[in-house]
Write a protein that binds this ligand. Structure first.
Ligand SMILES: CC(C)(COP(=O)(O)OP(=O)(O)OC[C@H]1O[C@@H](n2cnc3c(N)ncnc32)[C@H](O)[C@@H]1OP(=O)(O)O)[C@@H](O)C(=O)NCCC(=O)NCCS
Length: 197
């Protein structure tokens, strides 16, 4: 079974998705601002609940709600999947990454997703794809320090348009530096959010 562990950070945590998250997932993914560069979720609430039940049976597939530790509110989603284990931990894909606007959860979500992959699953590499026109996420990954591997082999069909993708990745030996940098960012964000309340 692929249901993962809960991983707490500084202000946010990752906790495995459950069927009752279906309405939050549909709402967040189908928000027009978020849906532009994500494969659309067209089904009903019941379809989404069924998808989550099926996801729980998948091997090497981990799907999380990002929760605000202070308020308990769900603010985002992230996933690790298609784990291809080998004698050295294998590689895993990171995606299903979306956070609510103004949540400031993106840096810590990236940090916790990579921590889960490198420290819990002990993979040797994490990789992912972003649609070429998704400048926001591409700028975000670059600023966090992911390696830009150029055009990926994966394409995405959204509406009637087929989009090319860029591949981003992080190797195990790059994780400590990435972790240190994003931990500093997560601390700064935690202070900013703390001051606002
Ligand atoms: C991709 C996505 C998760 C990125 O999240 P984001 O919030 O847009 O990321 P940002 O680069 O704006 O960074 C998050 C915030 O942290 C802030 N931040 C970053 N480093 C900081 C630091 N050191 N100190 C303080 N704040 C910092 C940024 O200023 C930003 O705040 P703002 O939103 O008020 O400008 C989000 O845009 C999203 O969900 N998009 C839709 C779905 C999608 O395209 N997913 C990707 C599929 S591959």
């Amino acid at each position: 079974l692929a249901v993962g562990l809960t991983l707490e950070g500084i202000r946010f945590r990752l906790r495995p998705v459950v069927a009752d998250d279906a309405s939050f997932i549909l709402r967040l993914r189908n928000d027009p601002q978020n849906a532009r560069f994500l494969p659309p979720l067209t089904g009903t609430l019941e379809d989404q609940r069924n998808w989550i039940q099926k996801q729980h049976q998948l091997v090497g597939d981990y799907y999380f709600v990002v929760e605000d530790l202070r308020t308990g509110d769900p603010v985002g989603l992230t996933g690790l999947y298609a784990h291809a284990p080998d004698s050295d931990g294998g590689v895993i894909e990171w995606g299903r990454f979306v956070v609510a606007d103004k949540s400031l959860a993106a840096p810590e979500t990236s940090l916790l997703s990579h921590r889960y992959a490198f420290e819990i699953l002990k993979v040797r590499e994490v990789f992912g794809y972003s649609i070429e026109q998704n400048e926001k996420v591409i700028g975000f990954h670059r600023s966090c320090g992911l390696d830009d591997r150029g055009l990926g082999s994966t394409t995405y069909k959204i509406g009637d348009q087929v989009h090319r993708s860029l591949c981003f990745a992080l190797k195990r030996d790059q994780w400590p530096e990435f972790e240190a940098k994003l931990t500093r960012t997560a601390q700064q964000i935690s202070q900013i959010l703390g001051r606002k309340q």
